[in-house]
Design a protein around this ligand. Sequence first.
Ligand code: GUN
Length: 296
Amino acid sequence: MTAQIINGKAFAGTVREKVAGHVARLKEEHGITPGLAVVLVGEDPASQVYVRSKGKQTVEVGMKSVEHKLDADTSEEDLLAVVDQLNNDPDIHGILVQLPLPGHLNEDLVINSIDPAKDVDGFHISNVGLLGTGQKSMVPCTPLGCLMMLRDHHGSLSGLDAVVVGRSNIVGKPMAQLLLGDSCTVTIAHSRTKDLPDVVRRADIVVAAVGRPEMVPGDWIKEGATVIDVGINRIERDGKNKLVGDVDFASASERAGAITPVPGGVGPMTIACLLANTVTACCRANGLAEPEGLTA
Ligand code: GUN
């Protein structure tokens, strides 16, 4: 079997168009412009690239974008004061503090100081608890993007065997909760899992989120399974820099029914879902109906 390629880049474009449509309606009918604030502490080059891209796409869909760039040696007190000011700003509906933070800052403390209703990353402990108990929450962007692509491909996910490889708070655990919410039978596998190949071979859906280049080979994939590759790993091959996923794309695409490529799969969906979450937060803050198809 040669797998269908799930085009995340095109899908993200569709999500952004939907977001832009809702933003236009919020402006026209209610005089409200959704606002997203991104806080960046320090000068990590990868974070700077992400933040620039977020700001650009926020403006492109018609939302207000605010950036707070703070020095690497900013104190916890000063950072918390910035978050507090954004929590109390009625023009700001979403707040994202770019991670990782410099080592002297307590990430959990900072994330949990964000108003949960504005926590468009879905990392606040309240949102984690709400998601885990099946209640309305803000959902982490990368798993939300994966869920959207899976729903689009399968229609219903009910009863399917899903294996999530990786147990991070940002991807693995919320991904498992979302799949459970859509009535999959869910296994979370990780580096200590016994017989990992056999566990993955049972899956109708494989979500790989371990951060290890090409660690899932094609012969672990059940014929016809859907493979969602969250990994973005920079490697050197044949003297060239290359981006590869956590799945060996060449061999896995021979067996899978559908697969996301790297790049151009999950990656573009993350920022699109951040924009979707900001519109959702804005609608909730104003007591308006939430946009359909943009939440879990
Ligand atoms: N750093 C890398 N990805 C992310 C993300 O999705 N959210 C935040 N806050 N920081 C990140």
